[in-house]
Design a protein around this ligand. Structure first.
Ligand code: THU
Length: 162
């Protein structure tokens, strides 16, 4: 038996003003996208913004449904939309922000299913994705690569057919 550890690397920025211009733009877009959420059941509004290799930004927000599991998180809405519109462009960064029932900006860290979906894009395009999460108090966490959010993620040696 061997005990092992996994190291998770992340950085924290004190606020939006500390972010480099490009990631600031991305987080601003994620924050703006919280306004497009359809979240009448949870009243928790999430915005996400995806940056593609050609510089395109694609936003998404959570879309809920009366049949609860039929709804979709902001992150997957943005990622699937980006992939559907620009399938040849690698995903390079993702920003996520939450807005609570009182309209205050708050933390929204990607759920497990969205992390698994992100992992697929890292494999598909062969690069790590920089993931920015808005935290309580306006700080921002950055991780480089989904394995910092989802160690031991599901991987197979099955390859896409094309
Ligand atoms: N949600 C997201 O859209 N992204 C996250 O990172 C966490 C949760 C959504 C799902 C649901 O519509 C609402 O937030 C409350 O869970």
């Amino acid at each position: 038996m061997t005990n092992r550890q996994i190291v998770i690397d992340y950085s924290e920025y004190e606020g939006l003003q500390e972010l480099p211009a490009e990631s600031r733009k991305l987080m601003d877009a994620a924050i703006a996208a919280t306004e497009t959420a359809y979240a009448p059941y949870s009243n928790f509004h999430v915005g996400a913004a995806v940056l593609l290799a050609d510089g395109t930004m694609v936003t998404g927000s959570n879309q809920e449904n009366a049949a609860y599991p039929s709804g979709l998180c902001a992150e997957r809405t943005a990622l699937f939309s980006a992939s559907a519109q620009k399938p040849t462009q690698a995903v390079t960064a993702l920003a996520v922000a939450g807005r609570d029932q009182k309209g205050r900006l708050t933390e929204a860290s990607p759920c497990g299913a969205c992390r698994q979906v992100l992992a697929e894009y890292e494999t598909r395009y062969g690069n790590k994705v920089a993931i920015y999460t808005l935290l309580e108090g306006g700080r921002i966490r950055r991780v480089e690569g989904v394995k910092n959010l989802l160690p031991f993620l599901f991987e197979t040696d099955l390859k896409p057919l094309a």
